[in-house]
Design a protein around this ligand. Structure first.
Ligand code: ADP
Ligand code: MG
Length: 239
């Protein structure tokens, strides 16, 4: 059973623009699927529909085998990290990460224990008592990831989480995302417009163009056997 399954999902906006056009995708339990493609191809819209932040215009979306069309974000077991990370500037890293648990009235000792686990996973232990303003961009983005995973969501969604970072931090943080995924084993859908990021991080990569999936395959397969010139050109393979 796929953890996330899109069956003929489309999205059009009020102006009639079709942002996502008959997309079918299956993300296996524990898999890291990358959505990659040029700006405007429908990556964020697809992710927002999985998160429940956008309605689906047509098709069916299942999470953990359950049809979730029409359910709000809180009714799905998903968490999302965006490109621009909104941390609470007046709270320490510890309180930022633990915030979703505080809201859910989890006992303090349990919050502390869970925050420590998450901080350890993300190499944030030394900074637990700092405020976000004292951290690097990469550290801040890891705090945002920590806050997203602290409630152990079944599905973890990331929309270009590294695009605000400089090249060096991006490579370092990318390595941390890969490690996080291995250690958590959470199903992840990760959006990027960066081919190299897609090819190095993904178990499988879905290449989108103008709202349509061109090909879904493991990186080596995409590289060696692109289905069309767009995929070949975008991935940079020799075909
Ligand atoms: P990506 O994340 O791949 O850059 P998006 O999913 O943000 O692409 O956008 C896909 C298409 O849908 C674009 O043409 C964009 O202009 C359009 N779009 C996105 N959000 C809206 C909206 N709220 N209203 C109208 N059009 C939108
Ligand atoms: Mg986007």
């Amino acid at each position: 059973m796929a953890e996330v399954e899109l069956a003929h999902v489309s999205k059009w906006f009020a102006d009639g623009q079709v942002a996502v056009d008959d997309v079918s995708l299956r993300v296996a339990d524990g898999e890291l699927l990358i959505l990659v493609g040029p700006s405007g191809c429908g990556k964020s819209t697809t992710l927002n529909m999985i998160a429940g932040l956008e309605d689906i215009s047509d098709g069916e979306l299942r999470i953990g085998g359950r049809v979730v069309n029409g359910l709000g974000p809180a009714e799905r077991d998903v968490a999302m990290v965006f490109q621009s990370y909104a941390l609470y500037p007046h709270m320490t890293v510890r309180r930022n990460i633990g915030f979703p648990l505080s809201l859910a009235k989890v006992p303090r000792a349990r919050i502390e224990q869970r925050v420590r686990e998450v901080a350890e996973l993300l190499d944030l232990t030394p900074w637990l008592d700092r405020k976000p303003g004292m951290l690097s961009g990469g550290q801040r983005q890891r705090v945002a990831m920590g806050r997203a995973i602290v409630r152990s969501p079944a599905v973890f969604l990331m929309d270009e989480p590294l695009s605000n970072l400089d090249a060096t931090l991006r490579v370092a943080t990318r390595t941390q995302v890969a490690r996080l995924q291995r250690r958590l084993g959470t199903t992840m859908v990760y959006v990027t417009h960066d081919q190299v990021e897609a090819m190095t991080l993904g178990d499988r990569v879905a290449v989108l163009r103008a709202g349509r999936v061109q090909q879904v395959a493991a990186p080596v397969e995409l590289y060696e056997r692109p289905v069309n010139l767009f995929v070949a050109g975008f991935i940079g393979s020799p075909a």
